[in-house]
Design a protein around this ligand. Structure first.
Ligand SMILES: [Zn+2]
Length: 482
């Protein structure tokens, strides 16, 4: 995907910016989109690279599914897509953005005679040159066509301006005059955002309520975009079956395994959410235990000295067969804030955002389920009080199984673990800290790496046991289906 992005998209993007007649090359761009992203309109095919990975046999998934998946490919990654801007869209905006750029402060051609002449011509109420008239048509056409989305973009931009440290996207053109205004802030990025808003709107219009809900609960989380985890792929065999289902899940494509599957061994309908919540399935999966190994790996790697959690009450640990205390105990945590302790008692859980009992209501938002799970850890058992009595800090942490969203406490714990440096504590400036020493990762890199590893491991295990659950259902009901 990165190769496609750098070799094809960037190059073509550059060509588009200098293309004086984008209308005439439009059909070519559409064909390239069909090759790479897929045929979104008719839902016949997904683009080559996704199809290559998914290996979907023709007719196995419906046209609607494919065209919805194509839309998600085009949505930005922060909105749960793969961030592939369609060249057809680029063709409509690149040329306008390039012109707007010539008058900006940094432009090297600013003030040159032909540019000034064009600017003057474009500034007239009825431009004389064909080029200016074409541009006028293009700008007004685009801005009237996208009026509704532009309004959303402006609102988003206002919110961005209030967020400290957020990168501005720039503005979009409304008419020809603002394209040539000196010091205009029109960017291709801003226009691309407007078009991305439209794609998402189109997706929303066609999505099922459950899909919409899942998409919403995943926003802002560390969504397990399987294409973005290749750097941590020592755990992945690509593209194996589980990787494929994880990718389909990410694109919110209906799982073809579910088609015609007999019910779960407990007689409930076989759905992904059911398999994630069903006791008969989950007990066998040992997802909690497996996830714990990964958390322990992280603690080991960062030097947090992982040990089993406190055995409550009884001397020498809880009696055999009974639950021992919290999941894990770590030391050496940097003490930076008021009331922080260097020893943490950790207890984790993997809640399911789509589980009906976790349903946060219509106006629920991403992070709600995880926050509730973390709060329940404090009220639900005595680890919290135990930790307090011993002068330790309690971390009830959550990562949602289907959302891939970390709770705030989990994020905080990971940041603190990532900041450990052989007993040296670096004063840190949030996640931007670069306490780099030779042979050692910066806090930020440690944090990002382990965060990815945790999500990837959770997703692999999840896909494996869902796969097993389908197989068991078939065997149990003896449907004889492969
Ligand atoms: Zn079941």
């Amino acid at each position: 995907m990165l190769l496609t992005r750098f070799c094809v998209m960037r190059k073509y993007d550059h060509l588009c910016r200098t293309d004086r007649h984008p209308e005439q090359t439009q059909h070519l761009r559409r064909r390239m989109d069909e090759e790479i992203i897929g045929d979104g309109e008719n839902g016949r095919v997904l683009g080559t690279f996704v199809e290559g990975v998914l290996k979907i046999a023709p007719g196995r998934v419906g046209r609607g599914t494919v065209s919805q998946a194509c839309r998600r490919l085009r949505m930005p990654t922060r909105r749960g897509g793969l961030g592939m801007t369609a060249l057809e869209d680029v063709g409509r905006i690149a040329n306008i953005a390039a012109w707007a750029g010539t008058t900006s402060e940094q432009s090297i051609v600013k003030g040159m005679a032909p540019i000034v002449w064009m600017q003057e011509d474009m500034g007239r109420d009825s431009p004389r040159s064909q080029m200016a008239r074409d541009m006028q048509e293009r700008v007004t056409g685009w801005s009237t066509d996208h009026a509704a989305e532009i309004a959303v973009h402006v609102k988003q931009d206002k919110a961005l301006r209030l967020t400290p440290g957020a990168r501005q996207r720039g503005s979009v053109p409304h008419n020809l005059k603002c394209v040539i205004e000196g010091g205009n802030t029109i960017t291709q990025k801003a226009m691309a955002n407007v078009m991305a808003i439209r794609v998402e709107k189109e997706w929303n219009e066609r999505a099922e309520p459950a899909e919409k809900h899942l998409a919403k609960m995943r926003l802002g989380g560390d969504i397990s975009n399987p294409f973005s985890v290749v750097p941590t792929a020592q755990f992945l065999r690509m593209p194996d079956r589980f990787y494929r289902t994880a990718l389909m899940d990410y694109l919110l494509m209906a799982n073809p395994d579910a088609k015609g599957s007999p019910p779960c061994v407990c007689s409930s309908a076989a759905t992904r959410t059911h398999f994630m919540t069903c006791n008969k399935v989950c007990k066998k999966s040992q997802a909690h235990c497996h996830f714990g190994k990964v958390v322990r790996c992280m603690a080991q790697a960062t030097g947090a000295n992982p040990r089993t959690g406190e055995a409550r009450g009884a001397k020498g640990g809880a009696p055999r067969g009974e639950k021992t205390g919290a999941d894990l105990r770590v030391d050496n945590l940097p003490v930076l804030g008021d009331g922080e302790k260097s020893t943490g008692i950790i207890d984790w859980c993997l809640p399911i955002a789509m589980c009906p009992t976790n349903w946060p209501g219509e106006d629920g938002k991403s992070g709600d389920v995880e926050a509730k799970a973390e709060a329940d850890k404090i009220t639900g058992n005595e680890y919290h009080a135990d930790a307090a009595r011993n002068g330790y800090e309690f971390y009830g942490v959550a990562l949602s199984k289907d959302g891939g969203v970390f709770g705030d406490r989990f994020t905080e714990l990971m940041r603190r673990m990532a900041a450990i440096r052989n007993g040296d504590v670096y004063e840190h400036d949030g996640r931007n800290e670069y306490g780099y020493r030779e042979g050692m990762w910066s806090t930020k890199n440690v944090y990002e790496y382990w965060r990815k590893v945790l999500v990837v491991q959770m997703v692999i295990r999840r896909e494996k046991y869902i796969d097993q659950a389908y197989a068991r259902a078939r065997a149990f009901w003896g449907s004889g289906q492969p």
